[in-house]
Design a protein around this ligand. Structure first.
Ligand code: ME8
Length: 518
């Protein structure tokens, strides 16, 4: 048994009705960075992602393609799994909602809600959006050019059928109390306010089963009904811990989740329905639901096939390299806001921060050590005020990063790290170690030692965001394999004088845009 604190983090599970796009990649990279951060910080991490394979949208897409929903799910779920590998995602499990473990967990969940007296049978008549897999009240829809659209701008259809209902209306006060007592439950704050006013405006009971199609988890003892896909989808987070089938199982300790990372379009499902289901099932609630923004094409347009502005994550990675893309998305877009992605912006950002920033700093300082200090980390002499300040800035970074990552402010953690890179550049330029070579070699050694030590700490801190490149940087400063986690930051892990360094090879090549073709 590990005595480390458990930390459970999830992405949304994606609909495999098509191939993964940049939005899916963005969410997985961000969640991966948070999971890696906590692992390096000594937590026992369980990081889950997967695919949401049931529902009408899947069934309709399969029909259009002339294949079965099983085939569609299998084919595209594999694409999502493959994307995880390409992105170097460190997820510990990949859940598919078509797996037997999940069907079993959903039925247990359903029975718990029923045992609590929260499920009744009636008939449903109302608007449904297959694209959103969501019910909309009449006043949440509008008619344009003869077509009725739901809240998120997708077409709705009239549905009338026998249905089980969940007594969501009975949870209004308990939900408002939750948002009040656990103010961190929903982030960012704007989203929290939206949800509070939505819940205050009144909750209706929720239709939670369908009879007009059969691609879903069967309702216990009434196989004509399949569960509403969101009941099934949300339950995945508990399924994967095994808690519902074996409360002493190896992963049961991970429930409740520390953070569900999702996009802003599905916040209502996660912060209204999900806590209500969990309250009804008498299960603890997740600690936080954080909604990130959308990745938009250049100019702020929504990406769409018809506009021809869809950015393919696989092509971007092919072109720029994985860590460059991971870095760009995490650094450039404020996590929680919408952001843009364009090839031009990626090129500018990675050259400024990576090639000219940390890459250049590492190669200049380390190649000077290799050339002028007999290839060994020099022994520092007495530290000046400037040296101490420089080291203090590097030593202070972990506290800032912990604080920012604890609030999902990924971009701020990265900005803090890059600010220290710039500070080190100024320090290095100001100390002029190349001039000290003749006048005061001992002092040159001290400056190079301080710079290399900052590079070590920055490389350690960059690991969650750019795992491969940071490993290369850590190899350049000859950090031993077992001294790369956050416990080695600061004074305790200082570089050892006398450690032999190899001549540095470039870690972040400068990006040169291909010449425009006429
Ligand atoms: O919503 N930018 O699946 P999904 C950033 N199956 N994020 C985006 C995005 C974009 N352009 N487009 C989508 C579902 N996303 C459900 C979830 S969870 C129990 C069930 C995000 O494939 C979106 O917000 O439509 C969501 O968090 C995730 O990608 C999967 O979207």
């Amino acid at each position: 048994m590990s005595d480390k604190t458990p930390f459970y983090i999830t992405t949304a599970i994606s609909y495999p009705n098509g191939k993964p796009h940049i939005g899916h990649a963005y969410e997985l990279i961000a969640t991966d960075a948070m999971a890696r951060f906590q692992r390096l910080d000594g937590k026992d991490v369980f990081f889950l992602t997967g695919t949401d394979e049931h529902g009408q949208k899947m069934q309709q897409t399969a029909r259009k393609e002339g294949i079965s929903p099983e085939e569609l799910a299998e084919r595209n779920s594999n694409e999502f799994r493959a994307m995880g590998k390409v992105l170097n995602a460190s997820n510990d499990d990949f859940i598919r909602t078509t797996e037997p473990r999940h069907h079993e967990a959903c039925q247990i969940m359903w029975n718990r809600l029923a045992d609590n007296g929260d499920i009744y049978k009636d008939s449903y008549a109302g608007w449904y959006s297959v694209r959103d897999e969501a019910y909309y009240a009449e006043d949440e829809t509008e008619v344009r050019d003869g077509v009725r659209y739901g809240g998120q701008g997708t077409p709705v259809e009239w549905v009338e059928e026998s249905s089980y209902f969940f007594k969501l209306s009975a949870y209004q006060d308990r939900l408002l109390k939750l948002y009040e007592e656990q103010p961190d439950f929903i982030g960012p704050a704007e989203r929290r306010n939206e949800i509070i006013s939505f819940v205050k405006s009144g909750l209706k009971d929720l239709s939670i089963s369908r009879t007009t199609f059969d691609w879903g988890v069967k309702v216990p003892n009434d196989p004509e009904h399949v569960m509403y896909v969101w009941v099934d989808a949300l339950t995945n987070y508990v399924t994967a811990t095994g808690l519902l089938t074996d409360e002493n199982g190896p992963r049961a300790k991970f429930w409740p989740a520390d953070a569900h990372i999702i996009g802003k379009d599905i916040i209502r499902f996660h912060t209204v329905y999900w806590p209500a289901f969990l309250m009804s099932a008498k299960l603890p609630l997740p600690k936080r639901v954080y909604a990130h923004g959308f990745v938009l094409a250049k100019g702020g347009e929504k990406m769409s096939k018809s506009l021809g502005n869809v950015l393919d994550p696989f092509e971007l990675i092919e072109h720029f390299g994985l860590d460059a893309i991971r870095y760009y998305l995490m650094r450039e877009i404020s996590f929680g806001q919408d952001g843009f992605c364009s090839e031009e912006a990626i090129g500018i950002r990675i050259n400024a921060d990576l090639a000219n920033g940390i890459g250049n700093l590492a190669s200049r300082s380390l190649s000077m050590i290799v050339k002028n200090c007999e290839g060994q980390i020099p022994t520092p002499g007495e530290l000046t005020e400037a040296d101490r300040e420089m080291l203090a800035s590097a030593d202070a970074l972990i506290a800032t990063c912990r604080e920012e990552m604890g609030k999902q402010m990924i971009h701020k953690a990265l900005a803090a790290i890059i600010a220290v890179v710039s500070e080190t550049d100024r320090y290095f330029a100001g100390q002029q170690p190349w001039a000290l070579k003749k006048t005061d070699p001992e002092r040159m050694g001290t400056v190079l030692y301080v710079t290399a030590e900052v590079v070590r700490q920055i490389a350690i801190l960059l690991q969650p965001f750019m795992p491969e490149s940071s490993t290369k940087l850590l190899n350049l400063v000859a950090a031993s394999e077992d001294a790369r986690d956050f416990a080695t930051l600061g004074e305790v892990g200082r570089l050892k004088p006398g450690t032999v360094l190899e001549a540095p090879t470039p870690v972040f090549p400068r990006y040169v845009a291909p010449a425009a073709t006429a």
